[in-house]
Write a protein that binds this ligand. Structure first.
Ligand SMILES: C[S@@+](CC[C@H](N)C(=O)[O-])C[C@H]1O[C@@H](n2cnc3c(N)ncnc32)[C@H](O)[C@@H]1O
Length: 370
């Protein structure tokens, strides 16, 4: 109870906004996640920067358990604390992320990646690993490879406790200066960081340095906003309105959602070769699809979107556009109704973009030096 009261009294945002958690919410998270962290945490490496942040928290708050303070609770959702507010997705969406992983695998016909990385990669990096499901699957597929998955300093990672011995999770900010050795990784994977990154070319320049010559990068992102072939996704729908609001909120926050179509060019600009961009239709809802594969993707993706809708929308509309939580929920209710009715035949286009770091001297122009 002491922790709960302290937690709700604190203003974590640094912007003067009060944290909105109720005592019940805080108690729920505190009991569930604290024991998860202390008893069963996977192997976690803290960067110096994160360790400093933890030390500051412990110094500043003395009697409070840092695992309680690590989170920001807002409108019933749990957000990261480190560099608070920069990433607007909650970090409590394990189910949704794992469903999305399944959608991606359906799009790749059951594969985990499309880059031609060969049969024996030694070191693989998954930036923004989320639940770690991709990294874990890769570790099982390549038991002799070392896999590192990074997350944005959530301080209580959402990765499972039981992981293959060749996976390690690191808590760090991919937008900070990378501390990985140069020419180190065989493969770097970036998936679904839409809305998380403010400077994509810089991210790719850092990845370029960290890859071995001949190493591959794969970037998987969907183009935002979604579209429809029959015009059913139009201005009259709540879905359309919601996406325009998200575009605005993320643009104001310097994290554009319209990045997928630029990825290949950014990779070329920093020096990657053999680039290609495979684009796959990713319906939201299956009943209206005629192609059986799209129908299956659409069904799973509808569940993904239903699960993720509030998490993707609440903070940008509330924090940035200053909608009240009730107003956001009312809009989301309309979107959910449209998703259930399936009269709007919307889909995203998912881009699977790959590129290779040249094996020898390159003539490509590096646009940016770090
Ligand atoms: C939507 S999830 C995607 C998870 C995973 N890539 C997947 O496809 O299943 C985004 C993840 O990126 C992480 N993230 C966001 N900003 C980040 C940053 N600046 N550096 C590292 N990770 C970040 C979040 O912590 C979260 O785990």
């Amino acid at each position: 109870m002491f922790f709960t009261q302290q937690l709700c009294a604190l203003d974590f945002s640094g912007s003067g906004r009060e944290d909105n958690c109720s005592q019940d919410e805080a108690r729920f998270y505190e009991s569930g996640y604290e024991s998860e962290l202390t008893n069963n945490s996977p192997q976690v490496v803290l960067s110096d920067e994160v360790q400093q942040f933890r030390n500051t928290l412990e110094t500043d708050t003395l009697t409070l358990s840092s695992s309680v303070l690590d989170y920001q609770y807002e409108n019933g959702r749990r957000y990261h604390a480190f560099r608070q507010g920069t990433y607007m997705h909650p970090n409590d969406e394990n189910n949704q992320l794992d469903i999305f992983h399944h959608v991606y695998m359906l799009l790749l016909n059951g594969e985990l990646y499309r880059a031609p990385i060969g049969p024996a990669p030694e070191r693989i990096l998954d930036i923004g690993t989320g639940t770690g499901i991709w990294a874990i699957d890769m570790a099982e597929q390549f038991p002799n490879a070392q896999i590192i998955g990074t997350v944005y300093a959530d301080l209580s990672p959402i990765q499972p406790s039981w992981i293959p011995p060749n996976v390690q999770f690191e808590l760090d900010d991919a937008e900070s200066e990378w501390t990985f050795e140069h020419d180190h990784f065989d493969f770097i994977h970036v998936r679904c960081l839409l809305g998380a990154i403010s400077d994509w070319p810089r991210l790719f320049a850092q990845a370029y340095k960290a890859l071995k010559p001949g190493g591959w990068i794969e970037v998987v992102e969907f183009h935002f906003p979604s579209t429809s072939d029959d015009g059913s996704l139009n201005e009259s729908t709540a879905w359309w309105k919601c996406e325009r609001l998200l575009l605005k909120a993320y643009a104001v926050s310097n994290r554009s959602l319209m990045i997928a179509r630029s990825i290949r060019k950014w990779l070329v600009d920093v020096g990657f070769e053999q680039t290609s961009d495979v684009q796959v239709k990713t319906p939201v809802g299956g009943s209206w699809c005629t192609d059986p594969r799209e129908k299956e993707v659409g069904r799973w993706n509808a569940v993904n979107v239903m699960e993720g809708l509030e998490g993707f929308t609440m903070a940008p509309l509330h924090r940035v556009l200053e909608w009240s939580p009730i107003e956001v929920q009312a809009l989301l209710g309309q979107v959910r109704t449209e998703l259930l009715e399936q009269k709007v035949h919307g889909y995203f286009v998912t881009h699977f973009v790959i590129g290779q770091k040249p094996t020898g001297p390159t003539t490509a122009t590096r646009t940016r030096e770090l």
